[in-house]
Write a protein that binds this ligand. Structure first.
Ligand code: TYD
Length: 199
């Protein structure tokens, strides 16, 4: 398998971290070098930004929130994703550009065109080879989350908008797939794997 850039998207509690673990183990077992990572927080700088972003006591303007996420993304692309791909590794990231379109664009109401242009600037145009949307109804997502960070404290309305945006956006993405995240983790993993060009 050539090195692939794979992105998992979807709401909190859709099981992205579990899939990172399962997919990483599966690919490693097949002898495919793999790096798993996440946004926000995939780099040292990103960990600081993540703490700021998730702190429920902090008030952050929507545009400031977007800039923090884009700073995280740019650092992530340059420091981790591009070098790993160049070294022949497959990279699986929990979240990438679609998260900003769904949350900051549709969720917070920033211009989708602005978010698109800034995503392009932050990533230098690096696109995932495969994107999997782990889709979960907002009610189920809410039941699954106990603690509430700054994002998880948002209401149902916010989450419904984010979900709708994701379902629209995934259709525009090359090799974008929707996976039913209410299924057991092993089945979600199977559905992801059967769509990847593994040899
Ligand atoms: P994540 O690490 O997936 O959350 P958790 O560990 O709680 O499952 O992401 C943290 C939060 O950041 C999540 O609520 C969504 C938000 N987020 C955005 O709003 N826009 C973005 O571009 C990204 C990358 C994350």
């Amino acid at each position: 398998m050539r090195s692939l850039f794979i992105v998992l998207e979807g709401p909190d509690a859709a099981g992205k971290s579990t899939q990172l673990r399962l997919l990483s183990a599966e690919l490693s077992a097949r002898g495919i070098p793999v790096v798993v990572t996440k946004e926000p927080g995939g780099t040292e700088l990103g960990k600081h930004l993540r703490r700021l972003l998730l702190d429920p006591r902090r008030r952050i303007e929507p545009l400031a929130e977007l800039f923090l996420l884009l700073a995280d993304r740019h650092q992530h692309v340059e420091e981790l994703i591009k070098p790993a791909l160049a070294a022949g590794k497959t990279v699986i990231s929990s979240r990438y550009t679609l998260s900003s379109l769904a949350y900051q664009g549709r969720g917070r109401g920033l211009s989708m065109d602005l978010v698109r242009r800034l995503n392009e600037l932050a990533t230098g145009g690096l696109q995932p080879d495969y994107t999997f949307l782990l889709d979960l109804p907002p009610e189920v997502a809410r039941e699954r989350t106990a603690d509430r960070d700054r994002f998880e404290a948002e209401g149902m309305d916010f989450y419904s908008r984010v979900r709708e945006a994701y379902l629209e956006l995934i259709r525009e993405v090359p090799n974008g797939h929707v996976i039913d995240a209410t299924l057991p983790p092993e089945e979600v993993k199977r559905r992801i794997l059967e769509r990847l060009p593994l040899v």
